[in-house]
Write a protein that binds this ligand. Structure first.
Ligand code: NAD
Ligand code: UDP
Ligand code: UDP
Length: 338
């Protein structure tokens, strides 16, 4: 096989052309948080057919209920660690639990999902000639010794820790993507996603933004894990979905960081949530988990230059949108609280 190299500059014209084509698109993990928002966006285009496969480990049919029964939509209960036979043009491969409490719950299964699941999706891409995008993660940088993180940084990852099933799993998934690209000429795209938040996150999935919002709405203490000076950079989900589509339909394999470079300490995040939702709740310092990265912030120069993408929604704009969704799901109307 010869590997055709994409042209070096982004091409908005090509990008818009793809959007006029009929495409059958597979989204693995499409019943999850980011996946279901991606499906909403893809379904807006009348020329797209969307197939979701999901084993419902951390996702739910509820996230896709508006599309069930739609003639351009199909939902299949399937585990990506098993072979899959479908005919598609694009594969957005998201299937993998993303929250530490879920990916640590059954670490061997997490590795199988990352390694065997990605291998199967690459085998599928090879058989049908589809382009495949992997949602990798900022966790491939581990506890980074460079800040902010550029794509060239190789990372500082513990290979035998409790997070390794996830971060080493994603690193192998990236390796598989590049080996299929080099060896079989598969068209690949790799997104390195940084912390993403928004409506439909699992309320009790243990991630920091969902925890703080749920705690503030329930009138509980906000649990800042020690020391509270560790940082993260939070991207609103609609920006993330736009970034993924730009990457898929652009000309660059990546890996490309997709995230919002606005960086906050966990203490600052707690104070912001407190101020926005309920100034009377208290912040409590609690014990942290092992191998927690001390800082994380994407360098998004590549995404800006190669994809013409950058995030638009600030944390202060995004949090209230998530608050509204959490209020509905928790049954806490605005008037009761404020
Ligand atoms: P999520 O847990 O809400 O969604 C993952 C989906 O994959 C769920 O619907 C789950 O049921 C499904 N799934 C898990 N294992 C599966 C398997 N073996 N077979 C089929 N389906 C399976 O998580 P999310 O936040 O939407 O994350 C989506 C992707 O983005 C993941 O690959 C994750 O690693 C990546 N990512 C997310 C973040 C973030 O902040 N949310 C950050 C970095 C990377
Ligand atoms: N595979 C799949 N769907 C397909 C084609 C392949 O799930 O349409 C799986 C297949 O079962 C295998 C993996 O993808 O486990 C890798 O396939 P490939 O053809 O690259 O390797 P091989 O089958 O030769 O090991
Ligand atoms: N965190 C926190 N309180 C919580 C949950 C998490 O202070 O209730 C901290 C955690 O220690 C980490 C950061 O928030 O430093 C982000 O954690 P999360 O699990 O959301 O994502 P990660 O980036 O670690 O995958």
């Amino acid at each position: 096989h010869t590997i055709t190299r994409p042209p070096p500059t982004p091409s908005p014209l090509r990008f818009s052309k793809f959007f006029q084509a009929n495409l059958r698109i597979l989204v693995t993990g499409g019943a999850g948080f980011i996946g279901s928002h991606l499906v909403d966006k893809l379904m807006e285009n009348e020329k797209h057919e969307v197939i979701v496969v999901d084993n419902y480990f951390t996702g739910s049919k509820d996230n896709l209920k508006r599309w069930i029964g739609h003639p351009r939509f199909e939902l299949i209960r399937h585990d990506v660690t098993e072979p899959l036979l479908v005919e598609v043009d694009r594969i957005y491969h998201l299937a993998c639990p993303a929250s530490p409490i879920f990916y640590k719950y059954n670490p061997v299964k997490t590795i199988k999902t990352n390694v065997i699941g990605t291998l199967n999706m690459l085998g599928l891409a090879k058989r049908v000639g589809a382009r495949i995008l992997l949602t990798s993660t900022s966790e491939v940088y581990g506890d980074p010794l460079e800040h902010p993180q550029k794509e060239e940084y190789w990372g500082n990852v513990n290979p035998i820790g409790v997070r390794s099933c996830y971060d080493e799993g994603k690193r192998v998934a990236e390796t598989l993507m590049f080996d299929y690209h080099r060896q079989h000429g598969i068209e690949i795209r790799i997104a390195r996603i940084f912390n993403t938040y928004g409506p439909r996150m699992n309320i009790d999935d243990g991630r920091v933004v969902s925890n703080f919002i749920a705690q503030a709405l329930r009138g509980e203490h906000l649990t800042v894990q020690a020391p509270g000076t560790q940082t993260r950079s939070f991207c609103y989900v609609s920006d993330m979905v736009d970034g993924l589509i730009h990457l898929m339909e652009g000309d660059h394999t990546g890996p490309i960081n997709i995230g919002n470079p606005g960086e906050f300490t966990m203490m600052e995040l707690a104070e912001t949530v407190k101020e926005l939702i309920d100034p009377t709740v208290e912040v409590m310092i609690v014990e942290n988990t092992p191998d927690d990265p001390r800082q994380r912030k994407p360098d998004i120069t590549k995404a800006k230059e190669l994809l013409g993408w950058e995030p638009k929604v600030t944390l202060r704009e995004g949090l209230p949108l998530m608050e509204e969704d959490f209020r509905q799901r928790l049954g806490v109307p605005k008037s009761q609280n404020n």
